[in-house]
Design a protein around this ligand. Structure first.
Ligand code: AMP
Length: 401
């Protein structure tokens, strides 16, 4: 069974075709800078002999409709499309609101329902929806499934997902915690159970997705019971350019003091805060390089970043009451031993202690990094959101078949 996974963003489209027999990537690529004078499409595929081939095209691509046509053309021309037939298409959709608790087969009614909840994620859902509409037109014969970033977190109990604000905000405007990065948290939790050779139902886990965006989740018996991102992906941990938790009264104060408007505040909290706000760069590797060269602001940014993670580990330990494993994943979680070490510092009394030598192993598959006698297993698990979307798409199509 071959599944095409599509992640359609505001100015880019990422895609992969996976052979579900063994999870092999048959072809894939990304088209960036849609709508700009020079868009860039990088496409890779396996040729008949199994060797990896890659091409890059640079021409203007005015919109998403042209983007998908361009991708289909490149697939055809490179011969990558001829090697397989598509059995399904899985679309990443950032926000599923309260209605979409699971992967959902797409039809006209679902498209309309997605349009109705687009206001919940105005930057993300509209380009996801555009991708869906174009693919329905281009591949009408292929069944298509929407896989939601929010769905995994829909198991949170009401006391975890409600905010202490007037009830009318929730009833009338769907204001509540939704959580994001759900496909990644779900994937690494399952991989952790496989690695530990324990049923997921028997485990209490804290998963830490530390990439450009960052979030933590408390998972009991495979179900999310709390997560750090909220109504939007702005809440929780400190991120590359996003602030994470702040006192909302700061916004009223700034508005009164400077007259700054809502659009500008939105921009500053999403694009100019986090690591970038503190030390001027949003990339962790760059922040670490600056800190190593003696830059005080970069040192502070890293200290704040790790301190926040430690606070969430403590909070979710209390939520779960017992912890079997702590799981690090995504760009920073998978690749930065110093961040893992600093985030777990001082947690010995919780049973969390990292072994220096194990922590610096390369992580191409699941590794364990806890000290020999530590009570809590600490794992590094490479995430694979495309594979998880493909798995969920296949599962959804099998149920319907
Ligand atoms: P992602 O969004 O998952 O691609 O993660 C991007 C983040 O991972 C960026 O902040 C990168 O600087 C960071 N990252 C990737 N490799 C490393 C590394 N070896 N050490 C520290 N950070 C890394």
């Amino acid at each position: 069974m071959n599944i095409l996974v599509i992640n359609s963003g505001s100015s880019s489209v990422k895609y992969q075709v996976l052979d579900m027999a063994d999870g092999t990537v048959l072809s894939g690529g990304r088209l960036e800078r849609i709508g700009e004078p020079e868009s860039r499409l990088t496409h890779h595929w396996r040729d008949a002999a199994g060797a990896r081939q890659e091409i890059t095209r640079r021409d203007p691509v005015p919109d998403h409709a042209h983007a998908f046509e361009r991708i289909a053309t490149v697939m055809r021309e490179s011969g990558s499309a001829g090697q397989f037939a598509l059995d399904g298409i899985g679309h990443r959709v950032v926000h599923g609101g309260e209605r979409f608790r699971a992967p959902t087969r797409i039809d006209r009614e679902v498209v309309e329902a997605l349009r109705a909840i687009s206001a919940l994620a105005p930057l993300h859902n509209p380009p996801n929806l555009t991708g869906i509409e174009v693919c329905l037109r281009l591949f009408p014969q292929v069944p298509q499934v929407a896989v939601f970033d929010t769905a995994f977190h829909q198991t949170m109990p009401v006391h975890a997902f409600r905010y202490a604000v007037p009830e009318s905000w929730y009833r009338g405007h769907q204001v509540r915690r939704y959580g994001f990065h759900g496909t990644s948290h779900a994937y690494v939790a399952r991989q952790a159970a496989v690695h530990l050779q324990r049923p997921l139902e028997s485990l209490r886990l804290i998963t830490l997705h530390l990439g450009n965006g960052a979030s933590a989740a408390a998972i009991e018996a495979g179900r999310c019971v709390d997560t750090s991102m909220g109504f939007t992906p702005l809440e929780g941990l400190m991120m590359g350019t996003r602030c994470g938790d702040i006192d909302p009264a700061i916004l009223f104060h700034l508005n009164r003091e400077t007259g700054i408007d809502l659009e500008d505040l939105d921009y500053q909290l999403n694009q100019e805060s986090g690591l970038k706000g503190i030390c001027g760069v949003n990339d962790m590797r760059e922040a670490q390089r600056l800190a190593a060269a003696g830059d005080e602001r970069a040192r502070l940014a890293i200290d704040m970043y790790c301190y926040r993670i430690r606070k969430y580990i403590g909070a979710y330990y209390a939520v779960l009451g017992r912890l079997d494993a702590l799981v690090f994943t995504a760009g920073i979680g998978e690749n930065s031993p110093p961040i893992r070490k600093q985030s777990c510092a001082g947690l010995d009394r919780f049973g969390i202690r990292i072994d220096e030598a194990r922590n610096v192993q390369a992580c191409t598959e699941v590794i364990e990094i806890q000290a020999e006698d530590a009570a809590v297993r600490v794992l590094v698990v490479p995430t694979n959101e495309e594979l998880e979307i493909a798995h969920q798409t296949r599962a959804c199509l099998m149920v319907r078949a």
